[in-house]
Design a protein around this ligand. Sequence first.
Ligand SMILES: *Cc1c(COP(=O)(O)O)cnc(C)c1O
Length: 452
Amino acid sequence: MQTKFILDERDMPSRWYNILADLPSPMPPYLHPKTGKEIVPADLAAIFPQELIRQEVSAKRFIDIPEEVASILRLWRPSPLYRARRLEEHLKTPARIYYKYEGVSPAGSHKPNTAVPQAYYNMQEGIERLATETGAGQWGSSLAFATSLFGMDCTVYMVRASYQQKPYRKMMMQTWGAECLPSPTDRTEAGRMVLARDPDTSGSLGIAISEAVEDAATHDNTNYALGSVLNHVCLHQTIVGQEAQAQLAMDDAAADVIIGCVGGGSNFAGFSFPFIRDKMAGKTPDLDVIAVEPSACPTLTRGLYAYDYGDVAGLTPLMKMYTLGHDFVPPAIHAGGLRYHGDSPIVSRLHADGLIRATAYHQNEVFAAAVTFARTEGIIVAPEAAHAVKAAIDCALECRTTGEAKTIVFNNSGHGHFDLSSYEAYFAGSLADYEYPVDLVRESLGHLPVTG
Ligand SMILES: *Cc1c(COP(=O)(O)O)cnc(C)c1O
């Protein structure tokens, strides 16, 4: 009986799958943050390269992966798919559990899958430096890795809570040659504004995005790179789901349940979209696709589907998405990569259309699942990925009750080797389970921009 399913390098997908070509209804357009009018490509040209702007709105079903990008992805791709037999036995479930493992990349998560093409397209268009934000440090380290391969500079605004909790990620960025700053900083207008209001703020992805966008918009040689949320980021991640489909076929398996954790939505998107394509085409009408988020930042499960800014300062285009309000600052939970007020507009649309469903967990139950996983499968997962582990375990336990032998497949988006302080806090019993901050969210949702 086989444990891991490995594709040959030659079988790495040669194109990305663009779900925009197959959505049942058109996406609501991005709106200009100042005028409220539909965005035109020129509006984005100050901070993004042309090719990524094209991909953002492309209607082509498949987009070729440039060979320069593919040759770098092959450093760790195709990534393995595992059958989690020991976890199945431990849970005494009739379900079959598989997981795709993205922790094998140099930065330890799925994020280099998009960092590499983003750096490449910027380099091709003459950009010398990328500015970005990072939550847990996964994205900053991924972009630092990618820019280093193309000889570019990189400035990373890192959410202060994570900068303090996770110093090793900062050192990785430095090793790859990037500059890493705790956000909010006093380098940008956006950062100074937040510091004036709340000098002890733990920071948030929304604030850090404002800083990076401002940096890019005010420097000619500099563009901005986003690690999640946007359509082109979800596009680049679809290499994951395409590989997983081929690997499941190696075991004659067909997924009944697809699970991924959701921060901005990119690993969930990249993993699930190729499967959702089959569901929309009527091939797998009963496929259950589950997005998992933290109870402390329950965007899909408790947010509003409305136009909102992607950042705190209101510099980004307005996107229609599930949101808790752009100035909502989530509690400082340890899954830093899931602390985002909004979500990918495509993932949001799929949720609004009922093609996927969402569920939320508290961090103590999530860490308990991660420990079970480490003690059965061996891998110590990132706190973000642990949300997917928890949902997969719950689903398998449900199968034990009903006797159903479902095939559950989840995306293990990264390892937790630089998140061990979070595990330490869990073992010490000092992790707080934040209740959904109803009042804060209500206040923040009161500040949604008015459109149309
Ligand atoms: C950043 C991150 C996430 C969350 O980001 P998405 O864009 O929602 O995928 C999840 N898992 C890991 C390991 C991460 O680093």
